[in-house]
Every structure is written in C-alpha cells, then in structure tokens.
Design a protein around this ligand. Structure first.
Ligand code: C2E
Ligand code: CA
Ligand code: CA
Ligand code: CA
Length: 277
C-alpha cells in the first residue's frame, strides 16, 4: 500500500487507523460508562391536538465526568457496531419500566416509548428479555411502546414478524420510527402488529409551506387511519408546524415547541406533583 502512493495514501491509512483507534477508545469508555452508571434517561413529551401530554419518548444521554452531557449522535453509531448497543438498550428499557411503574403506582399512568436498535431486536434472547422485564416491573404492558426502524424489515422478515407478534401478544406496543425515510412498504405495514407510525421530522419541517411534504403527511395519515394505527409527528418546532398538524385529527405531536428532552426522574416527579394538585 505504500508503493508510490504518495502522501495521500499514507495520510488516508493514518486517518483510517486514527478513526479505528478513536472508535475503539470510545467503545471502551462507553462500556465503562454503562458499568459506572453514567447513562441518563431523558424524556420528551408527546402531546395531542389540544396540547395534553399523552406519552413520552425515552432518549439516552451520557453524562461524562469530564466532558459533560454527550448526545446519542456521538456514541450510538459506535455502540451499534458492537454488542454495546444491547447493554445500552437494556439499561434504557429497565429504567423506562421503572418510571412507568412509578407513574402507574401513583395512578398517573403514561405510555413511554423506547428506541430499540435492530441489533438488539434480532438477538436470540430479546423476547425473553421483554417477558422478564414485564414480570419484574409489574407494569401494564400497553404502557410500553417499542420504537423500531424500517431498517429492521430488510432482515429476515418472517423472524421479525414472529417476534413482534409474540411481544405484541404480551400487550406491548410497537411504533415505526422515522417512518418514510427508509424501506417503506405497505405490504409489511399490513403484516406487522404496529400501533403507531412516527412521521420523520424531515417531512414535518417544511410541511406547512411545501405542498409535497404536506401531501406526504396527509398520505401517511390516511394510510394510518385505514390501518387503524396512531401517528406521531416528530420535530414540531414552531407554531406553524403545530397549527398545520392540528388539521389531522388524532395526530400526536412531539418536538421542541412542546418540550425538549428533560431528565426523566425529575420530569416524572413534576408530573406526579402536578397530578396531586
Ligand atoms: P430519534 O429516535 O428519531 O429521536 C428523536 C430525536 O430528535 C432526538 O434526538 C430528539 O432530541 C430530537 N428532537 C426532538 N424534538 C426535536 C425538534 O423539535 N427538532 C429537532 N431538530 N430535533 C428534535 P437525540 O435525543 O439526540 O437522539 C438521536 C437519535 O439517537 C434518536 O433519534 C435515536 O435514533 C437514537 N437514540 C436515542 N436514544 C436511544 C436509545 O436509548 N437507544 C437507541 N438504540 N437509540 C437511541
Ligand atoms: Ca425514536
Ligand atoms: Ca425518529
Ligand atoms: Ca431519527
């Protein structure tokens, strides 16, 4: 590789090696972070057309002792290259169920969605994990929503369908995240036990002004209505977004306009206090 390649090849190899080393170091630090309890669960509210909170999404944060709060974009891709994502998702699932249980105990139940990486979903023990989690946390299973992406569907479809049906039969709900950005097929929508579609924020951003995006949102909404599936619009940032979306009955909204992701424990505590007054 060093034959007459000039500086460029050498530089390329060095940068590859550097990147590989950085990934390795990040993966090691993340492993330690999981063990040393540096992950944090944040919650972002989901509201209905009248602004009432009807759910929340769990989003992971890494509270790094030196660097402060790190966003998932920086470590989820690295975690997904290894089995670390499984440990991370499991931690988030367990914490989510604890929060669901706490709200349920206080007669203030709320459905919470958790992101499930394809790698975790296809693991042999996934179904048993969910079963055990439901038993140990004693939550109403319908308060737990698992968010999967369309990328899961390009795998062994029969296997995915079977697993989703088993978990769905336990009462747990499924949501298709970032809907419309990946491999979308009406055929799989019909085959799978899906309760919700999340319309990707890239369609919401310009929808109030862009006729094509508006049409797309309307199309997804009508498909969901026909299939009796709920819909959530992601990335609702402005009044214009929100007003546009209230034209669609039943469409749930999630975005900075209604609330940024906040530390989950404090958010639940505040919600329980408000429910008592
Ligand atoms: P996602 O599942 O699509 O989550 C929505 C992302 O949009 C979140 O970014 C959220 O903070 C952000 N967001 C919310 N409202 C708005 C808005 O109004 N405008 C804009 N521009 N963004 C908004 P976040 O928390 O940085 O997470 C990024 C991605 O990382 C997530 O995208 C998800 O794919 C992944 N992720 C986060 N937590 C977990 C986890 O526990 N497990 C797994 N496997 N993936 C996770
Ligand atoms: Ca999500
Ligand atoms: Ca999403
Ligand atoms: Ca996304």
């Amino acid at each position: 590789a060093m034959l007459d390649g000039g500086n460029r090849v050498v530089f390329f190899e060095e940068s590859m090696a550097r990147q590989a080393r950085q990934h390795f170091e990040l993966a090691q630090a993340l492993q330690a972070a999981i063990e040393q309890n540096q992950l944090r669960l944040y919650l972002q509210p989901q509201v209905n057309g009248s602004g009432v909170v009807v759910g929340a999404e769990s989003l992971v944060r890494w509270e790094h002792p030196q660097r402060g709060l790190i966003l998932p974009a920086e470590f989820i891709p690295v975690a997904e290259e290894s089995r670390l994502i499984v440990a991370l998702d499991r931690w988030m699932l367990r914490r989510t169920c604890e929060l669901i249980a706490e709200m349920q105990r206080n007669a203030c139940p709320l459905r919470i969605s958790v992101n499930i990486s394809p790698r975790h979903f296809i693991e042999a023990g996934f179904v048993d994990d969910i079963q055990r989690l439901l038993e140990s946390s004693a939550i109403n299973p319908s308060l737990l929503m698992l968010e999967v992406t369309e990328s899961l569907m390009i795998r062994n479809m029969d296997d995915v369908v079977a697993k989703m049906k088993t978990i769905s039969a336990m009462g747990v709900c499924f949501s298709i995240d970032d809907f419309g950005t990946g491999y979308s097929s009406l055929a799989y929508l019909k085959r799978l036990p899906i309760h919700e579609l999340k319309i990707d924020q890239s369609f919401i951003r310009d929808a109030p002004a862009d006729a094509n995006d508006a049409l797309l949102v309307a199309m997804i909404q009508s498909i969901a209505t026909i299939l009796n599936i709920e819909t959530v619009a992601e990335g609702v940032e402005t009044r214009e977004h929100s007003e546009f979306l209230t034209r669609f009955p039943g469409l749930i909204q999630q975005g900075y306009l209604h609330g940024r992701p906040q530390p989950g424990t404090a958010w639940v505590k505040k919600r329980l206090e408000q429910s008592r007054t």
